[in-house]
Design a protein around this ligand. Structure first.
Ligand code: TTJ
Length: 657
């Protein structure tokens, strides 16, 4: 292989060759020192060597192909997870240059993989826009790979080179002829570096690959998992780009007008794209990207967009006389209610700031985004008055709800959490004021509420009875929610405040126990309550403060003794076991509890409320990812899948307290 590698160099004199050899040795030492530094401190270059870092390798490679696509030379990128958990990335771009570089005397492709920070830009002829967040690129991936090989298809030839933990195995060689163009890189992540895992997560890779397809309109990109018997291939291509992204985000929602608004523009070498659509719900989701990187922390592009959105909607509303002279302007939060938007900018020199380096800092981007989006959005409103009216009315509705919520907040806010005068009348509070040990039982129905009040330990247990079915907050406006007395008394009793003012640290009880009947109605009420808590008091769930009481299903009475069957798996089986374990006489009687009301205060205490004997289930949200899925479901119109989910995710736990 060495011979054919040398054939690539132009003719040189003996002297020049000796010089080169000396320089090569010297530069090779530098190369190895450079890449050794990467192997010694991988975290400095890829953040972490956990699962996250492993997957980062893929993006460092794919970014190069994306750059080639952005430059207009590649249209197809294919990513493969090979059977052995190695990765192959192929594109149909121009191919990494293979000619000998003046400075190093080595083929450019070798430099790309062996010199730190060489990836990406090639002098003047390089790319306009470069992706990679850390800008460390291909040589870092090479340094952290057991082996990496590259094949360049160019000039009718196939060029090949291989590396081992960053070091050149043999010179670049021509290994055959081809009529293709492009680059293929294959690498095996080094298990000495990635000690946590070297196994790739198909779903994780596919999600980002799809996102890249959305962000780069017209690009065809695929990901194939070759590990299973039957390989899995996902191919993505979106002619609509980020407008398709918005449609995808809104798949399960109801938009207030059919097609997302899409705008694209360029100023001073900065490209700005915005796609947006309003949905009938109340949530806001603005996703922003800079050079394909998700700017979680926002930044100047988002800021410019938000300023433009608020101003243009207000100007339009006034011009159309939907907002009258003495009406107040809509606030930003009003015009963002129910807005789902994707903003994507491409910048030749992005500055990333913030805690996680995911906030765009370039100050000129604010003005440029503002101007480009304003012009396009104004034009849209003038040409689409029907949609224009819908947008303004959506904002007006939000502003009315905001004003009503503020009023209600002032009503529920308590001057002093220990001052009982503000507490709802129906609340039977506990006497201790130590929140860590205090428990609030929300009890369905007045009669059960009565038993709970007299059966409880009033030292640390408080009872709040609620009546009938409570409001489904998913379908109600903020105004209506706060007009609901049951809901208001829950917020007041908890002492946590509401909405933007919510503060989990003010919780007056560290256990909020939902106690409902063990029947269908009870389950429904439980679901509605949990939806309310999920939407408006979520930190309580995150803090682990929310529980379900688990009243018994059966009581087996024999003489004066009662044995209870708690709910949970195989309740009927356990009931049978209990009966079989009892002496035949006196004949045991079985009572099936349908409602809390069937138990007297003493029974309720010993089966459901006494920390020594009860079973309660803590409501948990396994992780943020799952939480967002719950959210989707909780937002939906169907109560059934929502209830199923909640029941599946309420973890049964016996707590000894
Ligand atoms: C650079 O400018 C001259 C023509 O070729 C350009 C180039 O390098 N294109 C390019 C690089 N296309 N694809 C890559 C590439 C692909 C992979 C999979 C990995 C790497 C490191 C680069």
């Amino acid at each position: 292989m060495k011979g054919s590698g040398e054939a690539l160099a132009k003719e040189k004199t003996n002297e020049e060759m000796l010089d080169d050899a000396a320089n090569y040795d010297a530069s090779q030492i530098q190369v190895l020192e450079g890449l050794e530094a990467v192997r010694k401190r991988p975290g400095m270059y890829i953040g972490t060597t956990s699962k996250e870092g492993l997957h980062h390798l893929v993006w460092e490679i794919v970014d190069n192909s994306i750059d080639e696509a952005l430059a207009g030379y590649a249209s197809q990128i294919d990513v493969y997870i090979e059977k052995d958990n190695s990765i192959t990335v192929v594109d149909n771009g121009r191919g990494i240059p293979v000619d000998i570089q003046e400075k190093t005397g080595r083929p450019a492709v070798e430099t790309v993989f062996t010199i730190l920070h060489a990836g990406g830009k090639f002098g003047g002829g390089g790319y306009k826009v470069s992706g990679g967040l850390h800008g460390v690129g291909s040589s870092v991936v090479n340094a952290l790979s057991e082996t990496l090989d590259v094949t360049v298809y160019k000039n009718g030839q196939m060029y090949f080179q291989e590396y081992h933990r960053g070091a050149v195995v043999a010179d670049l060689a021509i290994i055959g002829e081809t009529d293709q163009r492009g680059t293929k890189v294959h690498f095996v992540p080094d298990s000495q570096i990635f000690t946590e895992t070297t196994e790739f997560d198909f779903k994780k890779l596919a999600t980002r690959v799809q996102e890249l397809a959305f962000l780069n309109r017209g690009l065809s990109i695929s990901i194939t998992d070759k590990r299973p018997e039957q390989e899995i291939k996902n191919s993505y291509h979106y002619e609509g780009g980020i407008a398709s992204y918005v449609e995808f985000l809104n798949e399960k929602k109801t938009p207030i007008f059919a097609d997302p608004i899409y705008t694209e523009g360029e100023l001073e070498g900065i490209t700005v794209e915005v796609a947006m659509q309003y949905i009938t719900g109340y949530e806001t989701n603005i996703l922003s990207f800079a050079n394909n990187i998700h700017t979680h922390e926002g930044g100047t592009h988002e800021q410019g967009f938000r300023m433009a959105l608020t101003r243009v909607v207000n100007d339009y509303a006034r011009k159309q006389k939907i907002l009258k002279d003495n009406d107040e302007n809509l606030l930003g939060e009003d015009v963002r209610e129910g807005l789902i938007a994707v903003i994507s900018v491409k910048h030749p020199d992005p500055q990333f700031e913030g805690q996680t380096k995911t906030k765009l800092g370039n100050s000129e981007v604010s003005t440029i985004t503002n101007r480009l989006f304003s012009d396009a959005f104004q034009k849209f409103l003038l040409e689409n008055p029907k949609e224009g009216r819908l947008i303004v009315e959506k904002g007006l509705q939000a502003s009315k709800a905001r004003i009503a919520a503020k009023r209600a907040r002032e009503m529920t806010r308590r001057k002093n959490p220990l001052e009982l005068s503000n507490l709802p009348g129906k609340l039977a509070d506990s006497s201790s004021n130590d929140p860590a040990n205090a428990e609030l039982f929300i009890v369905e129905g007045d009669s059960a509420g009565g038993s709970a009040k007299s059966g409880r330990n009033r030292e640390f247990q408080a009872i709040l009875p609620i009546r009938g079915k409570i409001l489904n907050v998913e379908k109600a406006s903020m105004e209506k929610i706060l007009a609901n007395e049951e809901i208001r008394s829950l917020f007041t009793a908890m002492g946590t405040g509401f909405g933007a003012d919510f503060d989990v640290n003010k919780a007056r009880y560290h256990k909020l126990v939902i106690m409902t009947d063990a029947d269908v109605d009870g389950a429904h009420i439980r679901t509605l309550l949990l939806t309310l808590i999920y939407r408006y008091m979520k930190p309580l769930i995150e803090a682990g403060y929310v529980y379900f009481a688990m009243p018994p299903l059966y009581g087996v009475k024999q003489g004066k003794n009662i044995t209870y069957v708690q709910p949970g798996a195989n309740a009927e089986g356990r009931l049978k076991e209990i009966i079989e374990s009892l002496p035949a006489t006196p004949k045991p009687t079985i009572q099936r509890y349908k409602g809390l009301g069937e138990m007297d205060d003493h029974q309720l205490w010993e089966t459901t409320m006494d920390p020594e004997r009860r079973t309660i289930a803590r409501v948990t949200l396994d992780d943020a990812d799952q939480a967002s899925k719950v959210f989707e479901m909780l937002m939906g119109d169907d109560v059934e899948p929502r209830r199923e989910f909640i029941e599946e995710n309420a973890h049964y736990a016996t707590l000894d307290l």
